[in-house]
Write a protein that binds this ligand. Sequence first.
Ligand code: GTP
Ligand code: MG
Length: 195
Amino acid sequence: MKIKTSDFVTSAVVPTQYPEDLLPEIAMVGRSNVGKSSTINTMLGRKKLARVSGTPGKTRTINFFVINKEFYLVDLPGYGYAKVSKSEKASWGKSIETYLSTRKNLQEVMLLVDIRHEPSNDDKMMYDWIRHFGFGTIVIATKSDKIPRGQRQKHFKIIRQKLQMSKEDKIIPISSLKKEGVDVLWDSIADLFTS
Ligand code: GTP
Ligand code: MG
């Protein structure tokens, strides 16, 4: 896919704040700090379009980025960050859940997991939930630069087993540090639009 333009459009907490043009949307979900915002920047070849931080809990609203004026990439707050207060957790949870369960023009939801670790119970729950809604055929394994190539299959197997993925479902390794994997990811996204 050729990226001609990419722009930040808006931040939202409640549905009235979502963009009104109803272009197709592709959302990124996953634990805090897994690399959702970094992956969006890497996909778009932009350094600071989505805000990134070494401290988990950086993205606190639903952020919409429009690509080629044709579709949106949607950056969501992460889950599973212990240091966020209970009330804040509940309000993020509600805002993510409302978005994922009610957004009519949501075309795909991708789960991001860290290539190094077995997915958490929260990841498994999120995966089951997005599958239930007909999404989640692509899982992104982030921070692939942290694992030597020869060991990746072993890590993919652990991820597949924990999430109970079927054989046809893809795991795409991405490194925002090394800028690796984005072409494969874009090809898979292009397939979503044509299939
Ligand atoms: P929240 O917004 O808190 O949910 O986090 P996030 O999932 O958006 O993660 P973010 O993109 O902010 O990245 C978190 C940390 O991981 C930052 O310190 C990034 O620099 C680092 N990081 C992200 N992607 C990669 C990668 O591919 N390789 C390496 N080595 N570090 C990465
Ligand atoms: Mg983020």
